[in-house]
Design a protein around this ligand. Structure first.
Ligand code: SF4
Length: 437
């Protein structure tokens, strides 16, 4: 059988989980490019392009193995089951619930020789679905602890695809982390669809901080990284924890989306640009070395040049260490897709280029501020340009010379040169003796 995945880290982890479920039942996994008896396509629907790619993967699988059984799973299936049903090649349709039963559904379709559609409503009664853990990555493990979102930003289809907020109970998070550490991971990245809403569906008072405290004394775990938090979720308590924590990385990915209050209002984002900059200042006060990264959408409906200028001003003032720039694409089923004054594609393109180059300029400033200083780097198990590579705790990409024995170790690297994408260095003299330069 073969798998293909579109979309986010959460989707990728869920595919790895489904792979485990099939392998436990004796299935052999092959590449998606090879012929197979069963294909599972874990879809994304964040843009129209994602839907189109999902269809293309179905057709590719069917061309490769016309007799194969094809299962379409995930966000596109959840939001548009009728569109998936229009594809005659598809035998099994499962949304963003019950992926844990995917093997049963495939075998049901195989034996019954009829299509199985198990897309279900995402009502408030559903709990967090515990799927097998993702051991597919090397060095850094992605641990999904939360699903769903109910913020309904006007451009976003995710709440319709993923449903209400649900969380993995804290004890299960600890147990999962223990298994990942036992299998050799030094860093765990806590992920979710809206991580900052973790715990809202659990015992009163349970929240992300509960989990961070629970992981603070886990033997063998060297780093905990947070995938993304919305501004309101970066609370003083979270900052206090990061400031006193031995292992929670000083890296905060806090989506801004726009620097214009008028645009933020049209997006339905619950903060102003001024409040966002106040937060950045609070983070810098509490965590001076923190890497602050963000997402920005350019070309949101009605975005004027003046509003875009506001975004450039706020981004420059925030001094981000890394910028992810997305050009707005109308998503059917979201309010913003119906908004007037949709921005022309060439204007979006031109604005995203200006923002990307500002992002590179700011990243260069951040990287250069570490020249002649040491960064603690978790060395990954693949070389980059022939050199060892890894991320610092504050999310700077670091490259340096050294033997393979250094892989999967956290060690100090002295920064010698900086670019806008990464820094180059050497193993610091202060490095523990077992590791020689
Ligand atoms: S917070 Fe907004 S952008 Fe993020 S998943 Fe929820 S609705 Fe989408």
């Amino acid at each position: 059988m073969a798998f293909a995945t579109l979309g986010c880290k959460v989707n990728q982890s869920e595919t790895e989980a489904m792979k485990d479920l099939f392998q436990e039942r004796g299935y052999q996994v092959v590449d998606f490019g090879d012929s197979a008896d069963v294909y599972v396509i874990n879809t994304c629907t964040v843009t129209h392009l994602a839907d189109r790619k999902s269809r293309q993967l179905v057709r590719r699988a069917s061309r490769r193995s016309p007799a194969a059984l094809i299962a379409v799973v995930g966000c596109w299936a959840q939001t548009a089951p009728a569109a998936v049903e229009e594809l005659p090649e598809v035998d099994v349709i499962v949304g963003t619930r019950d992926r844990g039963r995917i093997v049963d559904y495939v075998e049901e379709a195989a034996s019954g020789k009829q299509r199985v559609n198990r897309v279900q409503k995402l009502d408030a009664a559903i709990n967090f679905e515990e799927l097998p853990l993702d051991y597919s990555t090397r060095t850094r493990a992605y641990l999904k602890i939360q699903d769903g979102c109910d913020q309904f930003c006007t451009y976003c289809i995710i709440p319709y695809a993923r449903g209400p907020v649900r969380s993995r109970v804290p004890e299960r998070v600890r147990a999962a982390a223990e298994s990942l550490v036992t299998s050799g991971y030094k860093e765990i990245v806590l992920t979710g669809i809206h991580l900052g809403l973790y715990g809202r569906d659990l015992e009163p008072g349970t929240r992300l901080l509960t989990v961070l405290r629970l992981l603070e004394d886990l033997p063998g775990l060297e780093r905990v990284r947070l995938s993304s938090l919305d501004p309101a979720e970066v609370t003083p308590e979270i900052l206090d924890h990061l400031a006193s924590s031995e292992r929670t990385c000083h890296h905060l990915h806090i989506p801004l989306q726009s620097g214009s209050d008028a645009v933020l209002k049209r997006m339905g984002r619950p903060y102003t640009a001024g409040e966002y900059l106040d937060l950045v200042r609070a983070v810098r006060d509490r965590l001076p070395r923190a890497g602050i990264t963000t997402d920005i959408i350019v070309g949101f409906p009605g975005e004027t040049e003046a509003e875009f200028q506001e975004t450039l001003t706020v981004v420059r003032e925030a001094g981000f260490s890394r910028l992810h720039v997305f050009t707005y694409s109308p998503r059917q089923g979201t309010p913003a897709a119906e908004y007037p004054n949709q921005v022309k594609p060439q204007v979006k393109e031109e604005r995203s280029h200006r923002l990307i180059s500002l992002g590179k300029e700011l990243a260069m400033v951040f990287h250069a501020s570490y020249l002649e200083q040491e960064l603690m780097v978790l060395v990954e198990e693949e070389r980059e340009g022939g050199k060892l590579a890894g991320y610092s705790d504050n999310y700077i990409r670091v490259r340096f010379n050294g033997p393979d024995e250094l892989m999967n170790h956290v060690l100090p690297v002295r920064v010698l040169a900086a670019t806008s994408d990464y820094v180059e260095g050497e193993v610091a003299k202060t490095s523990p003796p077992l590791i020689t330069a």
